[in-house]
Ligand binder design. Structure first.
Ligand code: 26Q
Length: 861
């Protein structure tokens, strides 16, 4: 689709699109457009639109093939693409066309866009990062294919009942999905369990034959990921998601007939649900099977594709790059070695070298409870052959360590893949990869100096940093049209594909008109959010009425002039939603005592899901709701809101409306954060700790324009934990205001019943007492609260001077050039993948276009 075209050409195009949409309504849905409902219109528009996309999709693929490009395979258990239609419209610059089309069909843009269910195939940051990468890789014309799982149910839908979280299934596939293509031809067989019979390959390496095993078919569904259209040669890359659902042979009829219904359906159900826990290893058998399913099907597909263009494996290590998104797909290391030695008779040593050359591993967390470990017994049972490979790898690795550090048994215990009957996936990942990266400068340093110290000492060259980013196309251009427009008016549109250019926006920091416009845009975005929340509530209440449940809590009256203070992210102790809440309680207490005391009106907004089994996190949600209930009932200058069911689409509405971004994790614990970047490019200022990418953001913006930094440094955190010198009781005793706020957690200020009283008391105790062998206030909430309180005072001062506030905002936006995923992937290309661009070859595009249009001529229409 041509973005800049003369009027008559635009009209011709738009009319053709209208005709095509109407045709789809007839041929796919059996409806004329005057009778179609909005779901059908959404689908027909998507079908019409995707025809264009498929031409470039095919041409992208054929171009990689023609060049025999090195290809990156990105493997992740999670993706959070967000709504696809709206993003495709933005990336193809087709807004005007679509508006024309919808006007003709008597529909409004948002009604249609919002029919699309958000694909919630991930938990949070890690999944969203994968999707931002795909947008950037496609836009920058890098040859890539991504693999994941097509969960029938994504991350649960969060509902609030009496202020507590209830999990409802996420029915994202309830309607036909116009963005997926089932590829029966590419299905793969995956094997579990069984008995092994030892043999040898031609080099005498041990290999194993399997019998009596289980077989599961993995069926792929392909999703086109569209790059930004710069010259009509935009690339489209493939996200291939495996499913076990639709293969009838996965159902074990014999088990069923014997009455074992669960067993019979175990394999058809393998891709049913996403494990809804982040930062916590679940150790469940089905999760391990899911991980291996992804790995086995993907590596078979990678090898098949390589062998389509090559006769032997000589060039494999040159043509293939595999990036694993955290340790979840680590078994690909064992499986690739196994296949190379067994199926293709490659000597063990060479197979190991090839594998290491191809692989890169990204670590996303240093929390101990999130580092994956699998029971050796379970692995032996489910994956006996892969386990033999891991054992041999481990044996040889431990020999090397002994040779290098004779007598240092401690090293072996720390570095060995298998220890105490557990298989440590991070160790396997490091040993089997040629690059290991952290996701912010600080995080990578912690990996090198603490978590993986021994490995770094032994292989310093393996460790590199690649700081995360976000795609400015979804998170600014698409989510915040108004601000995007203002920026383009001032500095041109180069920033859309070259975010470093955003720096030029700083030239406007002293310009009154720009600042006024900026403030006006923020006001409009807040009003839009308020409208959005009202609409959402109406829809919810309708649904609840149908289900005969009670209405949700009333929306308080929201004041768009108030400071929108926002913390939206997964609920986790280390992210410290409780720190934020304690400060809100302090403010409320001060305002109640003296109404003149604080001038700034404030709307504190929270949203986020808690892992289903994470008790304390669920208590936090209930506490926020209870505080909101009480404070909002007084109709004062302070409002508290917990918005249900945080997801990408809600983020796109909330973030552009934020004044203040809460990034307040305990220093050293948030690997990077990416919400922090999304808020800043949308014109919020950050109140934040010196953690993850906050540090680099501060450096880029400049200390002078980053006034609300607070809290203990990571070194300080490390020191007090090591020395055990921090005692929350001291803070409690020394600060009457803090004590008074904290006391509300057990003195029934907010608790409406006994259950709440117990839950809030549990939170109190998690801060004040030893819990499960952990020191009191492990996350140092009270330690940082006084400083946080002072930083919040500065926020209010600055917020009173709107003109100055706007100046800070402009400098913050202008400092974000380094935090585009366009930059992150360039760094991966240089430091990890050695990948070269492979844009569509014009002749190939023409050929595909020609074939497509010839067909058009034969339409009886
Ligand atoms: C592990 C084992 C079993 C089941 C689930 C898991 C699991 C799943 C998801 C463990 C961790 C995750 C997710 C981690 C995550 O999202 N980390 C975040 O990654 C972002 C992108 O790099 C960073 O910005 C965040 O700082 C980091 O918390």
């Amino acid at each position: 689709m041509l973005p800049m075209m003369p009027n008559n050409e635009f009209e011709a195009q738009a009319e053709a699109l209208v005709a095509k949409t109407k045709r789809y309504l007839i041929t796919m849905m059996g409806r004329v457009f005057t009778e179609a409902n909005v779901d059908e219109v959404y689908r027909a528009v998507s079908y019409a639109f995707r025809e264009e996309i498929m031409i470039n999709w095919l041409a992208s693929f054929l171009s990689y093939q023609k060049r025999d490009s090195r290809i990156l395979y990105y493997i992740s258990m999670e993706y959070l693409p967000g709504r696809i239609l709206s993003n495709n419209i933005t990336n193809l610059k087709a807004h005007d066309l679509i508006r024309f089309l919808l006007q003709r069909m008597n529909r409004t843009y948002y009604d249609v866009i919002e029919r699309e269910q958000d694909p919630g195939l991930g938990n949070g940051g890690l999944g969203r990062l994968a999707s931002c990468f795909l947008d950037s890789l496609a836009t920058k014309n890098y040859p890539v294919q991504a693999y994941g799982l097509r969960y029938q149910y994504g991350i649960f839908e969060q509902q609030l009942l009496d202020g507590g979280q209830i999990e409802a299934p996420d029915l994202w596939l309830i309607n036909e999905n116009p963005w997926e293509f089932r590829r029966d031809l590419r299905k793969k067989l995956v094997k579990f369990c069984g008995q092994m019979e030892m043999g040898e390959n031609i080099h005498g390496d041990e290999i194993y034959k399997l019998s009596g095993h289980e077989e599961v078919w993995a069926l792929p569904y392909d999703y086109p990921i569209v790059g930004y259209n710069q010259d009509n040669r935009y690339s489209v890359v493939t996200l291939r998601l495996w499913s076990t659902k639709e293969s009838p042979r996965n159902f074990k009829l014999q088990s069923y007939n014997a009455g074992n219904f669960d067993q019979a359906a175990e394999n058809t159900a393998l891709t049913d649900v996403l494990y809804p826990s982040d930062h916590h290893d679940v150790g469940k058998r089905t999760r391990l099977k899911q991980e291996f399913l992804l790995v086995s099907a993907s590596i078979q597909d990678i090898i098949r594709r390589y062998l389509e263009g090559h006769e032997n494996f000589r060039l494999f290590a040159d043509k293939v790059r595999i990036q694993i998104n955290d340790t979840h797909p680590t078994l690909i290391i064992a499986e690739l070695i196994r296949i190379l030695t067994k199926r293709y008779d490659i000597p063990w040593k060479m197979a190991v070298e090839i594998t290491e050359q191809c692989l890169g591993y990204t670590n996303h967390t240093i929390l101990k409870e999130a580092l994956e470990q699998w029971d050796q017994e379970l692995m032996n049972y489910l994956l006996p052959r892969q386990m033999r490979v891991i054992e041999r790898l481990n044996q040889e690795f431990c020999d090397k360590v002994r040779l290098k550090y004779p007598g240092d048994e401690g090293k072996i215990h720390r570095m060995s893949i298998i220890e105490n009957g557990q298989v440590r996936m991070a160790n396997l990942s490091i040993i089997g990869s040629h690059r290991v990266n952290g996701v912010s400068a600080m995080h990578t340093e912690i990996l090198k100096n603490q978590v993986f110290k021994d490995f770094h000492e032994m292989f310093p060259e393996k460790f590199v940093n690649v700081t995360n980013g976000v795609t400015q196309r979804r998170w600014l251009l698409d989510a915040n049209h108004r601000l995007a427009h203002l920026i383009t008016k001032r500095i041109g549109d180069g920033w859309i594909t070259d975010f470093e250019q955003i720096r030029k926006f700083a030239d406007w920091a002293g310009d009154s008109d720009t600042k006024q416009e900026l403030l006006l845009i923020k006001m409009k975005n807040k009003l839009q959010l308020i409208e959005h929340l009202k609409r959402r509530k109406e829809q919810q209440d309708e649904k609840r009425l149908e289900e005969r449940r009670e209405k949700s809590a009333e929306l308080p009256l929201l004041d768009p002039h108030s400071l929108f203070d926002v913390q939206v992210k997964r609920i986790h102790e280390y992210k410290r939603q409780v720190l934020n809440l304690l400060h809100i309680i302090m403010l409320w207490q001060e305002m109640s005592e003296n109404s003149e005391h604080r001038r700034v009106r404030r709307t504190a907004i929270f949203a986020g899901k808690a892992a289903a089994g994470y008790k304390i996190a669920k208590n936090i949600i209930r506490l926020i709701s209870a505080v909101a209930r009480k404070i909002n009932s007084e109709n004062g200058p302070l409002k508290v809101l917990f918005i249900e069911n945080y997801n990408v689409s809600l983020a796109e509405n909330v973030i552009p409306a934020a004044d203040l971004s809460e990034q307040i994790s305990t220093a050293g614990m948030e690997a990077s954060g990416t919400g922090n970047m999304k808020f800043t490019i949308n014109g919020a200022l950050t109140i934040g700790t010196e953690d993850g990418a906050n540090i680099e953001m501060r450096e880029q913006v400049g200390n002078a324009w980053w006034p609300f930094s607070f809290g203990s440094s990571s070194e300080e955190v490390e020191r007090v934990r090591r020395e055990g010198t921090y005692n929350p009781h001291e803070v409690y005793q020394m600060h009457p205001k803090i004590r008074k706020a904290l006391d509300t957690l057990y003195n029934k200020t907010f608790a409406g019943n006994e259950v709440e009283h117990e839950e809030f008391s549990a939170l109190f105790h998690s801060i004040m007492d030893i819990q499960y062998g952990r020191v009191p206030d492990y996350y140092l909430i009270l330690k940082d609260l006084p400083d946080y309180y002072e930083a919040q005072k500065k926020v209010e001062e600055l917020f009173c001077n709107k003109d100055q506030w706007a100046e800070y905002v402009i400098h913050n936006i202008a400092g974000m050039g380094a935090f585009s995923t366009d930059v992150s992937i360039e760094n991966y290309c240089k430091r990890v993948w050695g990948l070269e661009k492979s844009p569509i070859i014009p002749e190939i595009l023409e050929r595909v276009q020609h074939e497509y249009y010839v067909h058009e001529k034969f339409d009886i229409y």
